[in-house]
Design a protein around this ligand. Sequence first.
Ligand SMILES: [Fe+2]
Length: 174
Amino acid sequence: MNSDSDLQIAGDILEVPHLLQAPREHPATVAEFAGLARSVAADRSAWEHLVRYDATARWYHRLRTGPGYEVWLLSWVPGQGSGRHDHGPSSGVWTVLEGALTERTERGTRALVPGTQRVFAPGYVHEVVNDTLEPAVSLHVYYPGLTEMPMHSPECSAAAARDSDAGSGAVPAR
Ligand SMILES: [Fe+2]
């Protein structure tokens, strides 16, 4: 057998379970947090019946917690937005479960639909808005759990100025 590695496993690895890494109960890496978001998104029975829409205030629900992390469910009626914010010391993964959302950052505007995932590090600044005519639902995983969400003044870009009416900076942004 030609191989660059001289490591070979003789026999059936499944017969030596003590050599296998035990499956982790909770995510601990970026990939595992992304996997958690993906698996929750795929399991509609875990979140669909919980979703509410509120035209007067942004609706959000803590779906799950684990060691050092939180999973939040958010809904967005047409026109609702987060305002421009960061997430304090938290990193995060978020994805759209239903509908479509627009994310604006200093680097541009991005449309997110179900299946799209975004990963961010502490200090990441963005604004999320539902600028479609249909309600949207999103899932957000924060590590560590979200303890602060400083709001930022709107960007002095033409796009931000054009869309500033869509934001609602006084409500929880996520
Ligand atoms: Fe956010």
